[in-house]
Design a protein around this ligand. Structure first.
Ligand code: PHE
Length: 467
């Protein structure tokens, strides 16, 4: 018989670990860019509504599934469905999705690490040149960084839930908050900051169309690490005496605050760099922002604080993004590890080696999708255009299966596992939750409009990306 299941040591430990998962590149970069391009304060408002009215109930559902079953996602669906064959499918989805998302997210994180190292070496001016990014992602050194990154992630994971994941989150997350705030204060005192702030904060409701609303929804869902089996797995490490609704609220609030704060950093910086910029011309992709645009912005700071100062600011920023991505990767890779342990009875060590070896190969293929190998660069044709292997993984798992997984969680919890059981699990550690308006809302929404909204997003993505 295997040893007793590991648990997070404290409620705060859980909240920080889950927030570590939720706070990632999505918060620090994608969110501010999306907000600026899509109506500023109006986007913020829609985003916040989605986080609290739609994503929060889904997070509670995932945590409850994990904690009740004490299992990884595959085991959770199997156990709570009473062994149904059909309901095994979402369990498998909730395992394969994080496994594959981890692969493409690792590649982007490797680039961040590369930019951090170059900045520390004094090469910010080189990073700011137009052609650097293309050259960098096609150089062999990315494989070296990939190895370093995997050693770091798996080093944390090998120490286990409490001594690895929780301890890393307890050290890194407060550091991330402090550095982020420090950078914000610095940027807000630069010239041009006010213009950036007004673009970010003043609502422009005319920009809100169906596409923007759907973007806000997907962004919120991804940002809270939902649909990836992570919250199911982390739920299985929660103690019975801790409140699921309370902890989920704390995680959602932290994640949203960090995203909001990151906007206070990015936008004023953009306007400091170019007061006449039209924000709608900013690149849509986080990668474009981090690797092409931001290095130029950081370099421009040298007029005020010198090259060394500008490099220090850049290094802190890349470090922040790196730490945020690292704690997200730790959480997402814990999912397949938990599955191998729970389903195959492997030791933590053996599970780590198995996952790491196979993910390394896939990550190498993703990293070679940008020109190193033609067959990977033009891997498939979707919706009339060539897509690389990297693109395919992103489109399939991040864009498409993620909302589907969310939809399946809602349907499963309410209609298969059943409301009464779900309610009982939410009341464990939070007896006051029963009968409250929040409880009624969570129950009603998960069985009705939340799955409906996720279904529409899913159908829309399939239509858009594949045909
Ligand atoms: N929440 C993360 C983000 O905002 C998403 C993520 C979670 C990515 C876990 C990878 C692993 O970037």
């Amino acid at each position: 018989m295997s040893a007793a299941r590991e648990h997070f040591g404290s409620r705060l430990g859980f909240i920080l670990a889950a927030a570590g998962s939720a706070v990632g590149i999505g918060n620090l970069v994608s969110f501010p860019v999306a907000a600026t391009k899509s109506g500023g304060g109006a986007f913020l408002l829609v985003y916040a509504l989605f986080v609290f009215l739609i994503c929060l109930p889904v997070m509670m559902a995932e945590l409850a599934l994990g904690r009740k079953s004490d299992k990884d996602p595959v085991g959770a669906y199997r156990q709570l469905s009473g062994g149904s064959t059909l309901w095994r499918i979402p369990g498998w989805f909730a395992l394969i999705t994080p496994y594959m998302i981890a692969v493409f997210y690792m590649v982007v994180t490797v680039w961040v690490l590369g930019y951090l190292v170059e900045t520390l070496k004094g090469n910010l001016d080189v990073l700011a040149t137009e052609s650097y990014f293309g050259t960098f992602i096609n150089s062999k050194v990315v494989f070296l960084y990939l190895i370093v990154l995997m050693l770091l992630i798996n080093g944390v994971l090998s120490l286990g839930v409490k001594d690895g994941i929780e301890r890393a989150a307890k050290t890194l997350m407060p550091m991330l908050f402090v550095l982020l705030l420090g950078l914000v204060v610095f940027v807000l005192t630069r010239e041009g900051a006010g213009t950036g702030l007004s673009y970010y904060l003043i609502p422009d409701f005319s920009k809100l169309d169906a596409e923007v609303v759907s973007k806000a929804m997907s962004q919120a869902f991804f940002s809270l690490s939902l649909g990836m089996g992570i919250m199911i797995t982390y739920g299985s490490y929660m103690k019975k005496r801790d409140s699921i609704p309370g902890s989920a609220k704390a995680v959602a609030l932290t994640d949203t605050m960090v995203a909001f704060t990151a906007g206070l950093l990015i936008l004023p910086s953009v306007f400091h760099f170019n007061p006449n910029i039209d924000p709608s011309t900013l690149s849509d992709s986080s990668a474009g922002m981090i690797f092409l645009f931001l290095p130029k912005i950081f370099l421009s700071l040298q007029d005020g604080i010198g090259y060394f100062g500008a490099s220090a600011v850049a290094a802190i920023f890349f470090f922040l993004v790196f730490v945020a991505a690292l704690t997200s990767l730790v959480s997402i890779i814990e999912v397949p590890i938990a599955s191998l342990r729970d389903e195959r009875g492997m030791s933590r060590k053996k599970a780590i080696y198995t996952v790491a070896a196979s993910q390394f190969i896939l990550a190498v293929l993703c990293a070679m999708s940008f020109g190193m190998a033609d067959w990977l660069t033009q891997f498939v044709k979707l919706a009339g255009s060539d897509k690389s292997f990297f693109d395919l993984v992103e489109i399939l798992f991040y864009d498409t299966i993620l909302p589907l997984n969310g939809l399946l969680v809602c349907l499963f919890v309410i209609y298969k596992w059943k409301r009464a059981n779900f309610d009982r699990e939410l009341q464990e550690g939070d007896s006051g939750f029963a009968g409250t308006l929040s409880q009624k809302y969570v129950n009603f929404s998960l069985g009705t409009f939340i799955p409906f909204i996720l279904l529409i997003i899913f159908i829309n993505t399939v239509a858009l990306k594949f045909f």
